[in-house]
Design a protein around this ligand. Structure first.
Ligand SMILES: Cc1cc2nc3c(=O)[nH]c(=O)nc-3n(C[C@H](O)[C@H](O)[C@H](O)COP(=O)(O)O)c2cc1C
Ligand code: SF4
Length: 403
């Protein structure tokens, strides 16, 4: 499968690989979808994307078509913002997508711009991803030189010094408007009032890379063969970014990443990165797709993190809790105190097992804090702490070898 990433669909984390140029992208069907989109009504493009069931790959899994339609229903000028912030530890897929297949992201972005009627496209890129920025800038230049950009909206690339919270869409828009990276309470949603108070669609890089595929191969093909970029890190022998079909069992995904470290076993898996509940070692048969993961109380997110028995869930939980306590933007007092207390309860060096009183306090904190922040960072901190607590009670740790 090489629908999203050209060439080898498996890569190590830090070797981004060469960018695919315009000729190579066109040789695998690139820009056919944009050409056909230019002869298709925006409503029809949105219908096709809806039929394919494309959901956002930035973490929230929101249907792309619904977002585009909501913005289109508001009077313009409208904006399309590409979110290449990717600040969550363990997530590498977006920088790989941009650095290796910039034209695919560009084509998807231009189709989305047509569907939403965007007057301008703004690409927010984390300043750590200079290679991704340069690949995209070169791709735009190639499109211009080939005379293919004449009727397209202007595209502005912004390389921003990044803090994690700026990946949240309203904080990102605040940064684009020259303000501090503080989320705002929704409503108003960006699709109603976003950049410069105008209707704005914010989409993740990978979400947009799927769009040319949908138009080129059709929604039926897409629903059956949907590829996903899985960023697999943690206690695995070969961490990397893997293009694999939606629905691959967790166990097989870990095997693709080389399996557990030598002599280690899987103790837990975070299938939705830092923001969603953990899977136990006896749940590795589950399919990596939204319904199966939802039934298990979790979901897909920006990355997949494997926790080995040698590291143990305690250290992983401590690391995540400390991350959220450090990254709160401090706008909501309850987020400042809540993330700090969770980090204290789960701190490294604390007894590996939580006392029943600590476990009870985490349960109460999670219940009281969920939904109380302006953004969902506080929810994520509470959810992950709550989900990790059962892994930290008592002596027994279930661990599973992965074939
Ligand atoms: C704290 C926080 C950080 C986020 N960071 C990112 C990010 O780095 N990249 C991203 O695409 N979405 C991130 N999101 C989600 C965005 O707010 C938004 O939902 C997403 O960009 C929408 O794109 P999609 O619908 O294509 O997934 C973050 C959300 C939160 C609450
Ligand atoms: S919940 Fe936390 S990160 Fe989100 S806006 Fe409030 S203080 Fe900032």
């Amino acid at each position: 499968m090489a629908e999203l990433l050209p060439g080898a669909p498996v890569t190590s984390l830090h070797a981004l690989g060469p960018a695919e140029d315009l000729a190579a992208y066109q040789a695998r069907g690139g820009y056919q979808a944009l050409r056909s989109a230019q002869d298709t009504s925006p409503d029809q493009i949105i219908t096709t994307v809806r039929e394919a069931g494309l959901t956002g790959r930035g973490g929230a899994g929101f249907p792309a078509a619904a977002k585009w339609e909501a913005a289109r229903a508001c009077p313009g000028p409208r904006y399309l913002v590409v979110n290449a912030a990717e600040g969550e530890p363990g997530s590498y897929k977006d920088r790989h997508q941009l650095a290796r297949a910039p034209h695919q992201v560009l084509e998807g972005t231009l189709i989305a711009a047509r569907a939403t009627g965007a007057a301008e496209v703004i690409v927010y890129i984390n300043s750590e991803f200079a290679a991704a920025h340069d690949a995209l800038a070169t791709a735009i230049g190639e499109l211009d030189a080939a005379g293919l950009a004449a009727t397209l909206p202007p595209i502005r690339l912004l390389l921003e010094n990044h803090v994690y919270i700026a990946g949240e869409e309203t904080a990102l828009l605040a940064v684009l408007m020259g303000r501090p990276a503080w989320p705002w309470p929704k409503p108003p949603y960006p699709t109603e009032r976003g950049y410069n108070d105008q209707p704005t669609v914010v989409n993740n890089v990978e979400t947009l890379a799927h769009v040319p595929l949908i138009l080129r191969r059709g929604p039926d093909w897409y629903r059956q063969h949907q590829p996903v970029l899985f960023s697999v890190t943690g206690d695995v022998a070969r961490p990397g970014v893997f293009e694999l079909p939606l629905g691959i069992p967790v166990r097989d995904l870990i095997a693709q990443a080389g399996g557990p470290l030598p002599g280690d076993q899987v103790a837990a898996v975070l299938p939705g990165g830092y923001s969603l509940p953990w899977l136990r070692a006896d749940q590795l048969h589950l399919a990596m797709e939204p319904e199966a993961l939802k039934a298990a109380g979790t979901g897909l997110g920006a990355s997949v993190i494997v926790v080995g028995a040698q590291q143990g869930p305690g250290l992983a939980a401590a690391r995540i809790a400390a991350f959220f306590a450090r990254e709160t933007c401090q706008t909501c007092p309850i987020c400042v105190t809540g993330t700090a207390r969770l980090a204290q309860l789960l701190r490294p060096g604390a007894d590996r097992n939580l006392t029943p009183a600590e476990s009870q306090e985490i349960t109460e904190l999670a219940g009281e804090h969920r939904g109380k922040g302006i953004c969902t960072l506080l929810d994520s901190a509470a959810t992950v702490a709550l989900a990790s607590a059962p892994h930290l009670v008592g002596d027994e740790q279930t661990a599973a070898p992965v074939a």
